[in-house]
Design a protein around this ligand. Structure first.
Ligand code: G4P
Length: 194
């Protein structure tokens, strides 16, 4: 069993049938051992992909993404949810990301300067639910005519449609933990091999 799964079983808190709280080790307080183990798993899975850039979206994706980028010795680029005063409209790629969890649509953007034709991009995020954040990041990479070589997710809620939507785009997706259900206050993982 992966270290992250063990940690989720030990310290994850089921808030309701849809939400798993992991803020004691993944997206508020961060346990560096968990992050190192996560990073090793992503590297092992995506190592043949000739990645030139790791990409994520602020805020919680940044921690796992920077570890993976550091391992690969490539830059990490995160999509911003607020527009920097130093970046004009014509110098940015932008897209809308709707969060069903938060019932909010945000415009997210990256500078055109940091994403180009020759990039092979690995997208990393902490959670995958409906897939809107990952699809938004894929859209930004496509606008730059760069290549998405894969999507790496720490915790996937497999009972929500994100995984299927990314597969439908023909993108290789690897999730370290796939949660089948949070019902009855119990965390059930998707069986390995499914
Ligand atoms: P989606 O991108 O897959 O469509 O997911 P959704 O809109 O439903 O989720 C939006 C935000 O909620 C994301 O954070 C995501 O990490 C977080 N989230 C979704 N499900 C869970 C869950 O079960 N537990 C926890 N702890 N978080 C969840 P965000 O808006 O990008 O915010 P940030 O925290 O990264 O700044």
């Amino acid at each position: 069993m992966s270290y992250l799964k063990e940690k989720i079983l030990k310290d994850g808190v089921v808030l309701n049938n849809n939400v798993l709280k992991v803020d004691s080790f993944l997206n508020h307080q961060i346990d560096p051992t968990v992050l190192k183990e996560i990073s090793n798993e992503f590297i092992e899975y995506f190592k043949e992909k000739e990645i030139t850039k790791v990409m994520t979206i602020e805020a919680s994706g940044i921690a796992p993404a920077i570890l993976v980028a550091s391992h690969l010795n490539v830059p990490m680029l995160f999509a911003k949810k607020t527009e920097p005063s130093t970046l004009s409209n014509e110098d940015q790629f932008s897209t809308n990301v709707h969060s069903f969890t938060k019932n909010k649509t945000s415009r997210v953007l990256v500078s055109k300067q940091y994403l180009g034709l020759d990039d092979k991009v690995l997208i990393i995020d902490d959670f995958l639910a409906n897939g809107e954040a990952a699809l938004g990041l894929i859209d930004l990479v496509e606008q730059a005519k760069a290549e998405v070589v894969g999507v790496g997710i720490c915790v996937e809620k497999s009972f929500q449609p994100g995984h299927a939507k990314i597969e439908e785009k023909g993108v290789d997706i690897f999730s370290i933990c796939r949660i089948a259900s949070l019902e009855n206050n119990e965390i059930t993982f998707v069986e390995e091999g499914n």
